[in-house]
Design a protein around this ligand. Structure first.
Ligand SMILES: [Fe+2]
Length: 558
């Protein structure tokens, strides 16, 4: 766990003191100064006790209450102003425990600089005592919720890229008390502003009421790259967030990373590396020289070889599928580079932003045969008689714009009710998806942007695909192509400001584990969710089928 905060300049001995909430010696209050945020959580996915923000104590290494000295990181923004960010890594934490912390020196103002967080459920690596083993086992089974949205901005009146909803969603996610929140990229739109560091400070001040109480796990979007800030324009992002490493070297630190909560392995990617889209900012396609894709394959392979991991969830800003006209589109680069890996290693869920509306796909696996755009192939029952998991046969993967007749696959498992997705309505379904059959993609770039794409949804649905850009007078120009959208399961034109909640139930050994996705309007968060689906998969520790009894001597087998 890392606690991060901004200071106006260097401060003497920046420190975080922390203790379990039930024995906390820090100031007992629920309010704190504006810029204290917890930003990273749990471990690096490679086991407990790793160097980068491990949230799990090594056996016998219970050091609480504790104290962590922060390190100070700096960068100079576009106006050459030096920005100071403090990061304190809290070690020796136990899983499944609520902690409180206090920052010193205090951040100023009348409020004490305190916060709190819960550590993730996770079994101890090598519990030596039976009691510890039992506690760890129970913690590993604990259910938890995480929330997600992208494309945020701030709620300041002078912010042309945010809206009042940018502030509303911060309080809205807290109503569900998530273990952590994914900030799915395009956090601040500082790249478009004259005073980017002030915009960052505004954003941290706005999210602090939530982010000092639970980790906000960031994903870098295209607007995290600011011109002139380092090799990739990402100096500010890499200074504000202290994130797990990825073995790709200092230049790439924290840009993609993995962490584990209970039996879920999360994999965070920087989509710009794979995407063709030219958005007029810093063009980063291929910038890692293949390092990120190689790391992704290693990470996914390790996750699927680990029998303590059931779910593999990817968070990336850009999308592979979209039915919004005149916005961003689904990027062919993602389809070429990473979707085959998602297939090979059975990624369950991909959570994205970038498009400013809500959209959900059927589970997809592979590409529609003959599709020039690698249109993801939906895996749903083709008829009431078809078994779950059979593939939809799509004969017209690419639909001319003039012929807009494509409709999404809407046939479902017998006994369930689904309303076909339309531009004006949304399926609210008692729908179940076995994600061992395919990967579900969820787009939720509805954090507060002043330019929702809910009004741009093509009806009937047509997929918009970003293909390699054209060079016009030495500048890249983004090109789109059309396709059918057989992968579309649900979308909404009615809720431009929304967030997704994922309720993880780890189940019991040998059983089924589930994730219930509920999607909520940020401006009416206590209303019933406007979309809901239950994702299922068998636990990896399901007992193997009993072996066939060995034939008796002399018995013949056929
Ligand atoms: Fe974006």
């Amino acid at each position: 766990m890392v606690v991060s905060w901004l200071t106006d300049g260097p401060v003497p001995r920046p420190t975080v003191r922390y203790a379990p909430a039930d024995t906390a010696t820090t100031t007992d209050t629920a309010t704190t100064a504006d810029t204290a945020t917890t930003t990273t959580d749990t471990d690096t996915g490679s086991g407990s006790g790793s160097a980068s923000g491990a949230g799990v104590a090594a056996d016998g290494d219970v050091a609480e209450p504790g104290e962590a000295r922060a390190t100070t990181r700096t960068y100079r923004d576009a106006s050459r102003r030096k920005i100071h960010v403090q990061h304190a890594t809290l070690m020796g934490l136990r899983p499944g425990v609520r902690y409180r912390y206090e920052i010193t020196p205090p951040l100023g103002g009348s409020e004490p600089s305190t916060g709190e967080f819960r550590t993730a459920p996770r079994p101890s690596a090598s519990a030596s005592a039976q009691q510890e083993a039992q506690e760890a086992l129970e913690a590993s089974w604990a259910a938890f919720t995480f929330t997600a949205f992208g494309d945020h901005g701030t709620d300041r009146e002078d912010d042309p890229y945010g809206s009042p909803a940018s502030g509303a969603v911060v309080a809205a996610v807290d109503l569900l008390d998530p273990l952590f929140n994914f900030a799915l990229g395009d956090l601040t739109y500082a790249s478009l502003r004259h005073e980017p560091s002030r915009v960052w400070a505004d954003w941290f001040r706005m999210v602090s009421p939530s982010a000092r109480r639970r980790p906000w796990m960031p994903v870098a979007g295209n607007h995290e790259s600011e011109r002139g800030l380092g090799k990739f324009g990402l100096d500010s992002y890499q200074t504000y967030f202290e994130l797990p490493g990825n073995d790709a070297g200092r230049d790439f630190h924290g840009l993609w990373y993995t962490f584990t909560v209970g039996r879920v392995r999360f994999v965070v990617l920087l989509g710009e590396d794979a995407c063709y889209q030219a958005h007029g900012l810093v063009y980063l396609r291929g910038f890692s020289g293949g390092r990120q894709t190689a790391w992704l394959e290693r990470t996914l392979r390790a996750a699927r070889a680990d029998t303590t991991i059931d779910w593999v969830i990817v968070a990336v800003h850009q999308v592979a599928m979209s039915t919004a006209a005149y916005h961003n589109g689904g990027d062919l680069g993602l389809r070429e580079e990473w979707l085959p890996l998602f297939d090979r290693y059975q990624v369950d869920l991909v959570v994205c932003g970038h498009e400013h509306h809500y959209e959900r796909t059927h589970p997809v696996r592979g590409a529609v045969p003959g599709s020039p755009l690698l249109t993801p192939r939906p895996v749903v029952p083709t008829s009431a008689a078809a078994p779950t998991g059979s593939a939809v046969s799509t004969t017209a993967p690419t639909v001319p714009k003039a012929a807009r007749t494509a409709t999404p696959a809407t046939t479902v498992t017998p006994g369930t009710t689904v309303t076909p997705a339309t531009a004006s309505g949304l399926a609210v379904a008692a729908e179940q998806v076995d994600t061992t059959t395919g990967t579900v993609h969820v787009t939720i770039g509805t954090g507060g942007s002043s330019t929702p794409s809910t009004g741009a949804l093509l009806d009937p649905p047509i997929g918009q695909v970003v293909v390699p850009p054209e060079l016009v007078r030495g500048r890249r120009r983004t090109i789109h192509a059309d396709e059918g959208a057989p992968w579309l399961a649900a979308r909404s034109a009615d809720h431009p400001y929304a967030f997704a909640a994922f309720h993880v139930d780890p189940g019991v050994p040998g059983g089924t584990t589930t994730i219930r996705l509920t999607v909520h309007d940020s401006l009416a968060p206590t209303d019933p969710p406007f979309d809901e689906v239950l994702l299922t998969r068998p636990r990896r520790d399901a007992p193997a089928p009993a072996p066939e009894p060995a034939p008796e001597p002399g018995e013949r087998t056929v």
